[in-house]
Ligand binder design. Sequence first.
Ligand code: GLU
Length: 445
Amino acid sequence: MHSAIKRTLEVVERRNHSEPVFLQAVHEVLETLGPVVEEHPEIADLNLLERLCEPERQIIFRVVWKDDAGNVQVNRGFRTEFNSVLGPYKGGLRFHPTVNMGVIKFLGFEQIFKNSLTGLNIGGGKGGADFDPKGKSDDEVMRFCQAFMSELFRHIGHRRDVPAGDIGVGAREIGYLFGQYKKLTNSYELGVITGKGVSWGGSQGRTEATGFGAVYFAEEIMQAAGDSLEGKSCVISGSGNVALYALRKLNDLGATVVACSDSSGAIFDPKGIDFSALRLIKEVERERIEKYCEIHPSASFRPKAKVWDIPCDAAFPCATQNELEVDDARKLVQNGCKLVCEGANMPCTPEAIKVFHQAKIPFGPGKAANAGGVAVSALEMQQNAGLEHWPFDRVDEELRRIMRGIHTSCLHYADKYQASGNYVAGANIGGFLRVAEAMMCHGLI
Ligand code: GLU
């Protein structure tokens, strides 16, 4: 390992010893940068790696709100403004009980490279709260969002920091957050947040973008291997926004998705899962996935099960970090899986990725494969700035072009730095080089 990488990892580990997922994300990136650091001694001279691993700013705040029973509740809110060298901080908000500073830092760190790979002018940031939206009434969610924004508003702005959704934050929450921002600032600053409703400044295609983008990326991988997704049997973990729209695009491309999941278990349907029915249950009714089986007799529910032991040609982890472990990876390989493409952020553990690489199964890492969401967020910002509304087809065409470009970059940089076909190395190096170059141009700040 290059001495500059080794030294940086030691410092980062000492400084962030209580944040394992953040350390995992840093290791995964830095360990692939050896040949680049070798070629460019100025990276070490300018201590660029250590600078990159330290967020520019971190905000932690108290969020106080009242539940429907009249109890006063306290949550913790976060925003990591990680790197603004390519543009305003950009990244979603996650509302989930597991959220802490380490989780937000891992997501913010990933976001720097992901956003860089899109080729657009967006920096890296992430935020959220340890609030659990599950089981909360609509009024409670609204009051929480208002309380959360009552602090966050002073840190964000369309040229400063632009939040969006992530796990637990969808169109409903974005609406409440924007409404409170507008009230507090007395200004209609559309570009301050993305993922807005299409009728009031959102972009066509943003809802679909992350899932569609992940499937476009998978299709590029298949094409590079002389194959396609048509006729393939697929499994998807999760049934949130990313999973749902990956399912829809896979169906469009002639693939069959035989399994999906949520935190209660998995559904298996050899006939293929019906997008509209699942969307209604998860997005509209906000019900458990088991309900799908009540109206689809060919489907069965597996309580507490994962989807990885179901034989498939392609696997799409679209739920959450570290959900696909080494034994799951071995099962997929044994069952003849030909492709793994991450729709979520860091859903495969490093040991699982090693299994895929050893088995020579193409593996699309999240920071490349799921960049479609944030890319269309940037297109939303562009439309807002120009007071424009693009039709769905135009956004979808741009998304396709961006995903194709990311795929080409990954292969190019993997090839150039002695890691042919390794999308992890290619994504890390491609994302890093653009950020590093800009950091050098901006001086020691
Ligand atoms: N949360 C999404 C991500 O992980 C989207 C962020 C955004 O649209 O800004 O990339």
